[in-house]
Design a binder for this molecule. Structure first.
Ligand SMILES: *[C@@H]1O[C@H](CO)[C@@H](O)[C@H](O)[C@H]1NC(C)=O
Ligand SMILES: *[C@@H]1O[C@H](CO)[C@@H](O)[C@H](O)[C@H]1NC(C)=O
Ligand SMILES: *[C@@H]1O[C@H](CO)[C@@H](O)[C@H](O)[C@H]1NC(C)=O
Ligand SMILES: CC(=O)N[C@H]1CO[C@H](CO)[C@@H](O)[C@@H]1O
Length: 211
């Protein structure tokens, strides 16, 4: 009896570990080293490049936050701004109305440094030992989310908050935890075992996150 119980426990632990490794630990990818002054897209004649190439106007219109959303992000990474390719840097503008939340996620390829421009913002991050670190940031404060660690931000104030993120990658990537787990088609039995709940709860979470 005991050995069956132990084997079940071991199987359960193994699944949890597999899930956590897949979700929480970062991929160790970083931007490739450039061996030229800057990246030139294939098929582009370098002598036709002007100052426009090194300029992004993406943030002129803000984040594009549209009701009823209370949170929006506009990313300026190498997908949107080619000149960043290989430079190990990118940015984003974030806007949070009162109650706006940037929910649980991680950036597999970059550390994030968040600077609050207006308002007051609650932030949190969790390390690989499941320790939670939180703070309340004021205008001008800077918070760093180390590469790969799960984090979130929430505006618990009654004012709109704007913040800029800087990333140590030209394309840090974003893994949304709820979607990664419940909208990816992972076998129900794996989720039931990992979360120690029955199938109806898993179904509910999958339905809520279905796109
Ligand atoms: C690149 O552009 C320059 C200036 O327009 C032109 O003189 C040159 O021939 C072009 N090179 C190629 C490989 O097309
Ligand atoms: C900003 O918005 C205006 C009006 O919707 C649009 O014409 C313009 O292309 C946008 N600019 C950028 C840089 O997205
Ligand atoms: C937010 O709350 C503070 C203190 O309760 C109040 O003084 C301020 O007017 C409020 N601001 C807005 C935009 O409602
Ligand atoms: C003023 C306001 O909208 N406050 C909200 C801040 O965020 C919390 C959590 O979402 C809401 O409960 C408050 O109503």
């Amino acid at each position: 009896m005991r050995s069956i119980w132990l084997r079940r426990m071991a199987a359960r632990m193994a699944l949890v570990v597999v899930l956590l490794v897949g979700v929480v630990l970062p991929a160790r990818a970083s931007d490739p080293e450039l061996t030229t002054d800057f990246f030139v897209p294939e098929g582009t004649n370098k002598s036709t490049i002007t100052g426009e190439y090194f300029t992004s106007t993406i943030l002129r219109n803000g984040t594009g936050l549209a009701s009823p959303a209370k949170y929006a992000i506009k990313r300026v990474n190498s997908d949107a701004f080619t000149a960043l390719t290989g430079l190990g840097i990118s940015t984003a503008l974030l806007e949070y109305l009162p109650g706006g939340i940037n929910t649980l996620h991680t950036h597999p390829r970059g550390t994030e440094m968040l600077t609050v421009v207006t308002g007051e913002l609650n932030v949190g991050l969790v390390d690989s030992g499941n320790k939670l670190y939180t703070n309340v940031l004021q205008k001008g404060d800077i918070f760093v989310f180390p590469k790969g660690l799960v984090h979130y931000q929430i505006n618990l104030s009654n004012e709109t908050v704007y913040a800029y993120a800087a990333f140590s990658s030209s394309n840090p990537g974003t893994i949304s935890l709820p979607g990664n787990i419940f909208a990816s088609g992972i076998e129900d039995v794996v989720l039931e075992t990992a979360f120690k709940v029955d199938n109806s709860i898993i179904d509910q979470l999958q339905a809520a996150l279905a796109v």
